[in-house]
Design a protein around this ligand. Structure first.
Ligand code: PGA
Length: 257
């Protein structure tokens, strides 16, 4: 199975979501070996799920699941004092099967630590949700030769206390933070090296079953999903941000793998 996560960030209104699925269905090639997970803003989770009911090809509709973008979300135990946040059970109640945690943007803008990410992973798994854990090193860390140490410590903190049963509900995405806004590019070979580091760490923790994905600047032309998926047998899919905002573009990214 190949996985395609569409991180819509803070984009879209109801009418744009409706239009997305019209364009998406028109362009998507049905494939039972591909799983698509749309991550809309929280408030549109149910609306997004309902919008797929307008799709007339069951084989295409069945490829789609939904997830939430986990940011500075409150845990279940903090429900009474974190105004403005939301809990995993509430997200699940609104159609989210997956939760993305540790996304580069969240770490940068909300100052979320590895330890907090560990709590978020735990909270999500205890709420019977699937976790999409993003890891990646900053440019200074990469240039100081700390790639392995950073990835190892992010994975260790996030998966602290994970059981074998829980590990079947976890995905790890390599996000090359060092290549965002720096003019640098993470080549498929760079990704393959990072995927080896991630795999070795997961293996050491007895979680070699956890699928590894790539996320960063995927588009239809210069940075293709297929080049990363083919770069290493360890890759089970991609996380797409900007390339997932338009139905036709996201469908074409998925088709071309
Ligand atoms: P991007 O986002 O495809 O816009 O680079 C990827 C991500 O959300 O990590």
């Amino acid at each position: 199975m190949l996985y395609f996560f569409g991180n819509w960030r803070m984009n879209k209104t109801k009418s744009e979501i409706t239009q997305f699925f019209v364009d998406f269905e028109l362009n998507l090639a049905a494939n039972e070996n591909k799983q698509i997970i749309i991550l809309p803003p929280f408030c549109y989770l149910d609306y997004t799920k309902n919008a797929t009911n307008s799709m007339t090809t069951p084989e295409k509709k069945n490829m789609i699941s939904f997830g939430a973008q986990f940011s500075n979300i409150g845990s279940v135990s903090s429900a009474d004092f974190r105004t403005g946040q939301i809990t995993p059970p509430q997200l699940k109640d609104c159609s989210a099967e997956y939760i993305m945690v540790g996304n580069a943007g969240c770490k940068e803008y909300f100052g979320i630590t590895n330890e907090t990410i560990g709590f978020q992973v735990n909270d999500a798994l205890n709420s019977q949700m699937k976790v999409v854990l993003c890891v990646g090193e900053k440019i200074a860390e990469r240039e100081a030769g700390q790639t392995q140490a950073v990835l190892d410590s992010q994975i260790t903190a996030a998966l602290n206390g994970l059981t074998a049963a829980q590990s079947t509900n976890v995905f790890v995405v390599y996000e090359p933070i060092w290549a965002i806004g720096t003019g640098k590019t993470c080549s498929p070979t760079d990704f393959a090296e990072a995927a080896d580091i991630i795999y070795n760490k997961l293996n050491a923790l007895t979680f070699s079953n956890i699928p590894i994905l790539y996320g960063g600047s995927i588009n239809t032309t210069t940075v293709t999903a297929s080049s990363y998926i083919q770069a290493t047998p360890r890759c089970y899919g991609v996380l797409v941000g900007a390339g997932s905002y338009l139905g036709e573009r996201f469908a074409n990214i998925i088709n071309a793998t």
